[in-house]
Design a protein around this ligand. Structure first.
Ligand code: MLT
Length: 392
């Protein structure tokens, strides 16, 4: 029997981090001492109070059944309370909050909810690959909005072709930004609200890194700006905020009709998040220790950032110092032809895993990304190894 995948699967590239993982396994099999600065997967544990809550809830037989289709009311209320406290944004937990199996899942599915074949999605480049993949799966076209260093890694809305803007259904944005570490100002978001209303475009704002920020920076929600909630669905994740990447829980909030369509779509293809995990998520968002935990994590990442930035700079590498998120975005040294060539060379020669900028799109070429997901001595070790190879 001939197994013939659908055309959309044939067009599907290997997922960037699955491909990097494959290379790591090859290096490990050869006995290399690999230092992983590739995927943004926090190395610290989920806080004990969240784990304890999950353990209690796992033991309750009432939590072993299907969760409510619309999500657990207690978790949705916790998301609304967090938005009120952190962003001063009022959310109706019933109509304006959806529960996700991690924000990646909602981001991947939102295009299927709104995009017809031939429609256009505006996608930041460099950016999280899932924005474009979801668009492609829905039969839509990707229009790349360059995020350039000279524009502080914000898209230039005025440069978007009028005819493209008129065909656009969704605009993906992500601040604090992966991979560049840039943040957005209320003034920029206000311009996006105006653009969205003028062209009837739904803004899909990925806010996965909102709680990791440096030097006193306090990233804002898109829903904080006037009119923001009318045009936007914002994706939040407990993964990076609470070191919960493996738990798979996130949420979407914003314009009620948009949230409703995503929820309706999801009830047809998944059966929700395990109730014990939703209770653990509720604990994460409402526990009084949340603020001090966030401060502690940001301080840990900031120390690692400072080490990476100063050691890279010492090697003569140009670095974009991140204001938030846990990545360092830096320029590939001039003697390498591409970011892929550079990261392959570094992995082969040093065992240090970094991500090629090209993996985030064509405007990522010429850069590489370091995830701040190892402790300071290991980060120093990684930087020393890279430095030794560059001096050769
Ligand atoms: C990243 O490293 O960019 C993300 O963590 C990858 C992911 O969430 O799949």
């Amino acid at each position: 029997m001939l197994i013939q995948p659908a055309e959309r699967i044939e067009k599907l590239p290997r997922y960037l981090f699955a491909e990097i993982d494959r290379k790591i396994r090859i290096a490990l099999d050869k006995g290399v001492d690999v230092i992983r600065l590739g995927i943004g997967d926090p190395d610290k544990a989920t806080p004990c109070y969240i784990v304890s809550r999950a353990m209690t809830e796992v033991q309750m037989p009432s939590n072993h059944t299907y969760p409510p289709d619309a999500g657990l009311p207690e978790f949705k209320q916790a998301v609304a309370s967090y938005y009120k406290k952190r962003h001063n944004v009022e959310l109706d937990p019933e109509r304006e909050v959806a529960v996700l199996l991690g924000s990646k899942e909602g981001i991947a599915h939102i295009s299927a909810c709104f995009v017809n074949p031939g429609d256009v999605n505006l996608v930041p480049d460099p950016g999280y690959p899932v924005y474009g993949i979801g668009t492609m799966f829905a039969g839509g076209e990707v229009y790349r909005m360059p995020l350039l260093e000279e524009n502080f890694f914000l898209p230039d809305l005025a440069a978007i072709d009028q005819s493209v803007a008129d065909r656009a259904k969704l605009m993906f944005l992500n601040y604090p930004n992966n991979p560049t570490g840039a943040v957005a100002s209320p003034e920029f978001f206000a311009k996006v609200v105006e653009f969205a209303n003028r062209h009837n475009v739904i803004v899909c704002h990925d806010q996965a890194y909102s709680e990791i920020a440096y030097d006193g920076c306090k990233p804002i929600s898109f829903l904080e700006v006037p009119g923001g909630k009318d045009v936007c669905i914002e994706f939040g994740s407990l993964s990076k905020t609470f070191n919960m990447t493996g738990w798979r829980i996130g949420y979407a909030v914003g314009r009620a009709e948009v949230v409703e369509v995503l929820s309706r779509y999801k009830t047809n293809i998944d059966s929700g998040t395990f109730k014990a995990i939703q209770y653990a998520g509720m604990e994460a968002l409402t526990n009084p220790e949340m603020a001090s935990f966030q401060e502690k994590m940001s301080a840990i990442y900031q120390e690692r950032r400072d080490v990476a930035v100063s050691m890279l700079t010492g090697m003569g590498i140009a670095v974009c110092v991140p204001k938030a998120a846990f990545y360092v975005w830096a320029k590939v040294p001039a003697d390498f032809a591409s970011s892929t060539e550079f990261v392959s060379h570094i992995l082969e020669e040093t065992g240090v895993v970094i991500t090629p900028g090209r993996g985030f799109g064509e405007y990522g070429e010429g850069y590489f990304r370091i995830a701040l997901t190892v402790d300071v001595p290991r980060m120093q070790e990684a930087m020393e190894r890279i430095s030794r190879v560059l001096k050769k």
